[in-house]
Ligand binder design. Structure first.
Ligand code: SF4
Length: 444
């Protein structure tokens, strides 16, 4: 029995992969530790799809290597996208690393750990197209919400993206397995289930019948009594059909919040990036969604400085965002990733890409302020997430806020509030871009 510590970086999908490794390790009789100090082994589950993520992963590896040098941790096993992408280089360039696992070898984590503890070398890179083996998880999010990964990989092959080469072809999990996990999570206290994949809208299309099964999956999830909120991320614009819109509009448990990454709105750039749909299509889609789903909050992400983006195309993106008034937007400067077609194309320099991303953030912060100001005086349903010692207040989220990426509601309350409880909160102000309010009543 060894003490194993875990560090998980990157997206929610990677976090779920880490939770599954933790479960396998615990089932094998090892101790999964809350921190890394004093551990016999530290598993660093990395992200590696853009430069900033790569640097962060390397920083964590070097930080852990420093602890190793001081004898405060034992061995280091690197897993996830960075190891999948730089298989041989990691061990060559980071000799402090004892072993590497690719994204096709998560199920081998226990044998990898046992071999490393026996001082055997480990470098395992299984097929990234193989079906994922079902297993349990040690959920690392607060008890009342959890991510659920419904599929792995991606077939969209956007020209700037390395994910298909790191995560393989699109593979849906069997619906029974997803629902079994959803029920298990709900019975363990999860109230908010956040549905994730590289492309959730494609769920089921890789099964023999090639049907879009996300609507059916969501409908069945809504039958799970304990669940209160079901939130959907990573929808691909042109995969959103009437069946999906109907289930989102008609099921009260599905929060009226949709994450639909568009990356850009200029038709020439979208075509160049091998993305389907164009500016006109996106306008019509957003108008239709807003018309069919009252109170809808839209989240998206855009990339600035993509190949083909001159001043005119960037201006077009800014006008599009001002016109669409999307409530939540993440802006990322283009990161030319070796091995992608886009990296070979001419593109604005990093400085330009970064300053454009900053301009998008300015546009968006005005739109978000407008949205927040419109909330003042309203009484909203808020899910309590916790208490901030520093701020001295409870905080939570409305349906319009996904954990970690969106805003908060600061809740003034004399009483102690319990995490995971739903309250009716009257919004009476703004605090640094977040809403604030007081409890009106428990939301039973
Ligand atoms: S949809 Fe495009 S950007 Fe998203 S993971 Fe797939 S290839 Fe990458």
């Amino acid at each position: 029995m060894a003490n194993i510590g875990f560090i998980s970086l990157g997206c929610a999908k990677n976090q779920v992969d880490c939770e599954r490794m933790m479960y396998r390790v615990q089932e094998a009789g090892h101790q999964v530790c809350a921190g890394i100090e004093g551990c016999d082994m530290v598993v660093i589950n990395t992200c590696g799809f853009i430069d900033s993520a790569k640097s962060e992963a390397i920083d964590y590896i070097l930080m852990t290597a420093g602890l190793k040098e001081q004898g405060r941790v034992g061995k280091i096993l690197v897993t996830g996208c960075l190891s999948q992408r730089y298989q041989a280089q990691i061990m060559q360039e980071l000799p402090e690393v004892d072993g590497v696992l690719g994204t096709g070898s998560y199920a081998d984590v226990v044998s990898a750990i046992d071999r490393l503890l026996a001082d055997e070398p480990v470098s395992l890179f299984g097929s990234i197209d193989a079906p994922e083996l079902e297993t349990g998880r040690i959920v690392t999010t607060p008890e009342h919400y959890a991510f659920i990964k419904i599929a792995e990989g991606c077939d969209n092959r956007c020209a700037y993206c390395v994910i298909p080469s790191l995560r393989g072809k699109f593979r849906s999990r069997q619906m029974d397995d997803v629902l079994y996990e959803a029920r298990l999570l709900a019975s363990s206290g999860v109230k908010e289930l956040i549905v994730v994949a590289q492309d959730t809208s494609r769920y089921g299309t890789d099964f023999p019948e090639h049907q879009r099964l996300l609507p059916e999956l969501l409908r069945q999830m809504c039958q799970i009594e304990e669940l209160e909120w079901i939130r959907i991320h990573y929808l691909y614009p042109d995969e959103i059909d009437d069946a999906l819109i109907d289930v989102i509009a008609s099921e009260p448990k599905i929060v009226k919040y949709l994450d639909i990454p568009i990356q850009h709105c200029n038709s020439k750039i979208l075509k160049l990036m091998n993305r389907r749909g164009d500016g006109q299509y996106l306008r019509q889609l957003f108008a239709k969604l807003r018309q069919r789903i009252p109170g809808l909050v839209l989240r998206t992400s855009v990339i600035t400085g993509l190949p083909g983006e001159g001043e005119a195309e960037f201006e077009e993106l800014c006008l599009f965002l001002k016109e669409m008034k999307l409530e939540r937007v993440g802006a990322f400067p283009f990161s030319p990733e070796e091995g992608t077609p886009a990296a070979e194309m001419e593109h604005p320099d990093l400085e330009t890409a970064q300053s454009r991303a900053a301009m998008v953030e300015t546009i968006q912060s005005r739109i978000m302020d407008e949205y927040n100001e419109a909330m003042i005086g309203q009484t909203l349903q808020v899910l309590v997430d916790g208490y901030d010692e520093e701020f001295g207040q409870y905080f939570g989220r409305t349906y319009a806020d996904s954990p970690d990426i969106d805003g908060r509601v600061w809740i003034a309350s004399e009483e102690d509030l319990s995490e995971g409880s739903f309250l009716r909160v009257c919004i009476d102000g703004l605090v640094e871009g977040d809403l604030s309010g007081y409890v009106v009543e428990e939301d039973v």
